[in-house]
Write a protein that binds this ligand. Structure first.
Ligand code: IVH
Length: 678
C-alpha cells in the first residue's frame, strides 16, 4: 500500500513550525535570549512531532525533532563531545508517565527500581577529567558539538579541579561527568540589581543569567556570578558502579555537588507521589526546576532499553504544569463590564495552563490588541501566573495564516447596540447605556461578590436566571426576593433556596465601606471605599460631601473624587442608592471614636448561622468596637457559634464572658439602635 499523499497545507505548516523552532533554538542556545517560554516551545515541538507522526515522509533529516539544540556560537572554540549529549523525552501528564512505564515493562518485564531527580533548569555542561584532573568543560551546543568553556567553569566553586582518591573506586583514565550549571535565585536577584544599577538590561530569568555568565569571554566576570552546579551523569562509570543511584552516591563522595532531593523508588506509585510533592515544593528551592527526571536505575536495564535518535529510552522528563502555553485564537469577542467598559477578549482553543483549562484571555483594550497585533487565526502564547486572569503574551508571527485580518473594535455595544464612546482620559471605549443588560449582569455579580455584599451562592448561574426570568432588574430587587421565588430556580431545592434567601437577608447590613464598594463607582475599589467610609462615617455624610472634599480624602485624590461626586449626583447613582435603601439595605456606619462599643473587644469563634463572619466583624467595628482573632484577658466577650474551637476553651479558662449568636445579635441591634444612622 502506498503512502497517503501529504496535503500542501500540512507541508507548509510543518515547514513553518520547523522554521519557528529552529529560530527559537538559536535564540535559546546561542543568544541566551529566548522569546517564548519553555512550555510554549514544547507546544510547538509537539505539534511538529504530531504532524510528522501522522504523515510519514514529512520528516526531514534536519528537522529539529531529530536534531538537538542549536549550533555553537562562533566566538568560543568548538569541541566535539565524545558521545552525543542527548536530550530527554517529555511527559506532561501522569498518563504519559504511565505510557513510559508501559514501554519499559514491554521490553524489560520488570523494572528493578527507578531514580527520580529534580530537573534543574540551567545549562547542561560536560566535564572531562583525565587522571583525576579537570581538563575540559563544554556546553551542550547541538548535542554533537559544543563550546569550550573550560576557563569559566574553573571559576565555579563546587566543581572539583582534582578528584580525591576514594577507597574502592578505580576511576577510568579519561571520564566525563555531566550535569547542570545554574544560578541560585538569590544570586539572580543580586546580579539583576547590579545590571540595572550599571544601566544594563536585566536578565529575563536565572537560566539566561547563568548562560550569559558562563559564556563570558572574561572568566573574571564569571567568577563574580557565583554559579553552582548539580551533576547527574557519569560516562563511563568505574567498574562496580552498576546503577544510577550508585553513580550519584559515588560522585558525591568524589566531591561533586549532587542534588540531595534525589530518591530511589521501587514503584510508579512512589514516582507519582514524588511528582506531586515537588510540583509545589519546588517553589521553596533557591534554584529553578522545570520538572522531574525519571530514570531506570539499573545500568544493564538502561543498556537494554537503549536510545532513539534524540533521547534515551530509559528516562523521561516529567514537566511541571507550565504557566505559559501556545494556542489558537478562534475569535475576538467584546465583553461589556460593570462600568460599561468594552474589553476585547480572545476566544481560544481550550488549552491547559498551570493546571486549569483556559478558554478566554483578556486583550485589555483596543490599543493593546493593536500593539500586540492579535488576529483571529493567530497562534498566541497565553500566560497565567498565580491566580490572575489569563493574558495573551505574544503572537507567533511566523505561524500567522495569510488570511488573518487586523482586529477592528466594533462601533456599538454588542449587547445593547448603543454607540461605544471612546473616552479621552481612558484607554477604552464605554457603553454609556445604564440599562445595558451586560452592565446590569456584571453589576449584580459585583454586588454579590466577596468584597461587596458577600452573598454566598449568588454566582453567574443564579444571576443569569434571575435576569432571564425578569425577577431582578435593579440591585435592590435582589433583596426583594423571597425563598418561594428562589425555590423556583432551576436546580434549586428548597433547602438551597432557603440558604440563598438567608444569605441575601443576612447581607442587608453591610459595613459602609462594602456598601460604597458595591455601588460599582468607576475607580472605586475596596481600598478606596474603605478610605471614604472611614473618613465620612455615614452614608449621609458621604452624600453631602462636595467634590473637593471627596478629592481631599487621604488615598482618594481628585480624579477618583470627581468620579464619586459625579456618580452620587447622577440620576443613575441617586436611583441606585435610593433603591437599595428602599429594599431594606442599611449600611452600618463606620467605627466612630464615639461608638457605643468603643474600648470593647469581641472575639468570634465557630460558625455563625445568621450572617457571614466578615459582616459580624464589620458591625462590631461600626459600633466602635474591635473584632479580634484571639482571646486574651482583655477580651470583653466571646461569641460562640456552632462548633467553636479552642478559643472557647481559652475563654473559659480565662473567665471571659461567653455569649451565643442570638444574644450577640440582640446586643448588636440594641447598640445600633442607639447610634445615629447613616
Ligand atoms: S539526565 C541522557 N538529569 O534536561 C539524558 N538531565 O531535557 C541525560 N537536566 O539535557 C539527561 N536536570 O540539560 C538529566 N537530573 C537531570 C537533569 C537533566 C536537568 C537537563 C539536561 C538535559 C535536559 C533534557
Amino acid at each position: 500500500m502506498g503512502r497517503r499523499p501529504i496535503p500542501p497545507t500540512v507541508r507548509r505548516q510543518a515547514a513553518r513550525l520547523r522554521e519557528e523552532i529552529v529560530h527559537h533554538n538559536y535564540l535559546y542556545h546561542v543568544l541566551d535570549a529566548p522569546e517564548i517560554s519553555d512550555a510554549a516551545y514544547d507546544a510547538l515541538f509537539r505539534e511538529l512531532q504530531a504532524l510528522e507522526a501522522a504523515h510519514p515522509g514529512l520528516q526531514t533529516k534536519d528537522s529539529p525533532t531529530v536534531t538537538v539544540g542549536a549550533e555553537a556560537a562562533a566566538h568560543f572554540r568548538k569541541v566535539r563531545h565524545r558521545t552525543p549529549m542527548l536530550s530527554l523525552q517529555n511527559a506532561f501528564t501522569l498518563e504519559e508517565v504511565g505510557e513510559f512505564q508501559d514501554r519499559l515493562l514491554r521490553q524489560l518485564r520488570v523494572v528493578r527500581g527507578y531514580v527520580v531527580e529534580l530537573k534543574i533548569d540551567g545549562l547542561a555542561v560536560s566535564l572531562t577529567y583525565a587522571d583525576s584532573v579537570l581538563r575540559q568543560a563544554a556546553t551542550r551546543g547541538d548535542g554533537v558539538e559544543g563550546e569550550d568553556v573550560t576557563h569559566n567553569v574553573r571559576t565555579i566553586a563546587d566543581i572539583p579541579e582534582r578528584l580525591p582518591a576514594v577507597p574502592g573506586l578505580h576511576l577510568p583514565a579519561v571520564m566525563e561527568v555531566r550535569g547542570e550549571v545554574y544560578l541560585p535565585r538569590s544570586e539572580f536577584a543580586r546580579i539583576n540589581q547590579a545590571q540595572q544599577a550599571a544601566g544594563l538590561p536585566p536578565y529575563a530569568n536565572p537560566r539566561n543569567a547563568a548562560a550569559g555568565s558562563l559564556r563570558q569571554l572574561d572568566a573574571g566576570i564569571t567568577r563574580q556570578r557565583r554559579l553552582r552546579s548539580w551533576v547527574y551523569q557519569w560516562d563511563p562509570p568505574p567498574d562496580g558502579i552498576d546503577s544510577q543511584s550508585q553513580a550519584l552516591d559515588a560522585l558525591q563522595r568524589l566531591g561533586f555537588a549532587v542534588n540531595p532531593h534525589r530518591a530511589r523508588v521501587a514503584t510508579v506509585d512512589e514516582v507519582e507521589a514524588y511528582l506531586r510533592r515537588w510540583e509545589t515544593a519546588r517553589q521553596q528551592l533557591d534554584y529553578e526546576t522545570d520538572g522531574v527526571v525519571i530514570k531506570v536505575d539499573d545500568r544493564h536495564q538502561q543498556e537494554e532499553m537503549g536510545a532513539v535518535s534524540r533521547s534515551p529510552r530509559w528516562a523521561v522528563a516529567y514537566k511541571f504544569a507550565p504557566e505559559e502555553q501556545v494556542t489558537e485564537v478562534l475569535g475576538i469577542d467584546v465583553s461589556i463590564g460593570r462600568t460599561g467598559v468594552a474589553t476585547p477578549v480572545a476566544r481560544l482553543r481550550p488549552v491547559l495552563v498551570a493546571g486549569s483549562t483556559v478558554r478566554h484571555a483578556t486583550l485589555h483594550n483596543e490599543d493593546e490588541v493593536a500593539r500586540k497585533d492579535v488576529r483571529v487565526g493567530d497562534r498566541v502564547s497565553v500566560r497565567k501566573a498565580g491566580d490572575v486572569i489569563p493574558a495573551v503574551v505574544r503572537v507567533l508571527l511566523e505561524l500567522r495564516p495569510p488570511e488573518a485580518r487586523p482586529f477592528e473594535m466594533p462601533e456599538s455595544c454588542p449587547q445593547c447596540g448603543q454607540t461605544l464612546v471612546r473616552e479621552p482620559a481612558a484607554a477604552g471605549r464605554y457603553c454609556q447605556n445604564p440599562g445595558c443588560p451586560a452592565q446590569r449582569r456584571q453589576h449584580l455579580l459585583h454586588l454579590a461578590g466577596r468584597d461587596a455584599f458577600d452573598i454566598e451562592g449568588c454566582g453567574p448561574a443564579v444571576v443569569d436566571q434571575l435576569l432571564a426570568r425578569g425577577w431582578v432588574s435593579t440591585a435592590g430587587d435582589l433583596f426583594r426576593l423571597g425563598p418561594d421565588r428562589l425555590a423556583d430556580l432551576d436546580g434549586y431545592a428548597t433547602r438551597s433556596a432557603r440558604q440563598l434567601a438567608a444569605a441575601v437577608a443576612a447581607s442587608r447590613r453591610p459595613s459602609l465601606a462594602r456598601f460604597i464598594y458595591a455601588l460599582g463607582i468607576r475607580h472605586v475599589g475596596a481600598v478606596t471605599a474603605r478610605a471614604l467610609a472611614e473618613h465620612f462615617g455615614t452614608l449621609a455624610a458621604l452624600q453631602a460631601a462636595s467634590e473637593p472634599e471627596l478629592g481631599a480624602v487621604e488615598g482618594v485624590g481628585p480624579i477618583v473624587g470627581r468620579a464619586v461626586a459625579a456618580f452620587l449626583a447622577s440620576a443613575t447613582g441617586r436611583a441606585m442608592v435610593a433603591d437599595l435603601l428602599a429594599a431594606g439595605v442599611v449600611p452600618a456606619p463606620t467605627r466612630r471614636s464615639d461608638g457605643p462599643w468603643r474600648g470593647q473587644t469581641v472575639v468570634l469563634t465557630g460558625t455563625l448561622s445568621r450572617f457571614p463572619r466578615s459582616q459580624a466583624e464589620g458591625r462590631v467595628r461600626g459600633l466602635g468596637g474591635t473584632a479580634a482573632s484571639s482571646v486574651s484577658r482583655k477580651t470583653t466577650v466571646v461569641v460562640a457559634g456552632a462548633e467553636p474551637g479552642s478559643k472557647l476553651e481559652r475563654a473559659q479558662r480565662l473567665g471571659v464572658p461567653i455569649i451565643d449568636e442570638e444574644e450577640f445579635l440582640r446586643r448588636l441591634e440594641e447598640a445600633e439602635g442607639a447610634t445615629p444612622e447613616g
